[in-house]
Design a protein. Structure first.
Length: 230
């Protein structure tokens, strides 16, 4: 173990909360509890901000794979602090193949992306074609986060609808994307539900999540209920 790893691990164990570990592990069934230290996300983000200002931060990003869940999350949060778009994408391309759970995947959202949306959109299309579960999930997540408001284009719905996977965590993100699209771009997203363009499980899950959303009106929810596939 390198000195950097040793120092980081020491800091993480100082922040340990065993009750939080027990609670959080219930929501991460694919993560081995033995690899979870039990550090709350705000504490991890604070540590990432502090550590990102040191020369050792970039060296830490080169240490893969990590042994602990929190080391992976810290890795992602350090990537978020990088201000150069191309450097962020390069760091993500190195890191995404090592992500093995939805929580780490969904936590990462680099601020610099907002300033480079055309380039990011091109990169997302590459991520969506990956054969890695969490690279695809990350790509869908970025489409959902940055392109369902003013930067929305109808073709983006098609990109997600065309994804076919046997993986629960990919299909769940597709459902989440379409539920959010129904909340933000209802007229554009609705035909994909009406025409049953998604796989059955994903279709019904998207409707379920849309019905649970406070951003969708009562009449729309009632109509969506009629579109469930038995």
């Amino acid at each position: 173990m390198s000195e950097i790893e040793e120092n980081i691990r020491h800091r993480l164990f100082e922040l340990r909360d065993l009750k939080y570990k027990e609670f959080s592990c219930k929501f991460k069934p694919t993560v081995n509890p033995e690899t979870v230290i039990g550090v709350r996300t705000p504490d991890l983000r604070k540590l990432a901000r502090e550590f990102s200002k040191t020369p050792e931060a970039l060296e830490f990003l080169e240490i893969l794979p990590h042994a602990y869940f929190e080391e992976n999350n810290l890795h992602g949060f350090i990537i978020e602090t990088i201000k150069d778009y191309d450097a962020v994408v390069a760091a993500l391309d190195e890191f995404l193949p090592y992500i093995d759970n939805w929580a780490t995947c969904d936590m990462i959202s680099p601020k610099v992306f907002k300033k480079h949306l055309p380039k990011l959109y091109e990169k997302i299309q590459v991520w969506l074609k990956s054969d890695r579960i969490y690279t695809v999930r990350f790509g869908i997540g970025m489409l959902m986060r940055f392109y369902l408001d003013g930067n929305f284009r109808p073709e983006m719905l098609e990109l997600v609808a065309c994804i076919r996977s046997e993986e629960y965590y990919v299909n769940m993100m597709i459902a989440w994307y379409f539920a959010t699209a129904l909340a933000k771009q209802y007229e554009a997203a609705l035909p994909y539900i009406q025409e049953q363009r998604l796989e059955k499980w994903t279709h019904n899950k998207a409707i379920q999540k849309a019905i649970e959303s406070y951003r969708i009106g009562i009449e729309a929810k009632e109509y969506l209920r009629t579109l469930k596939v038995k």
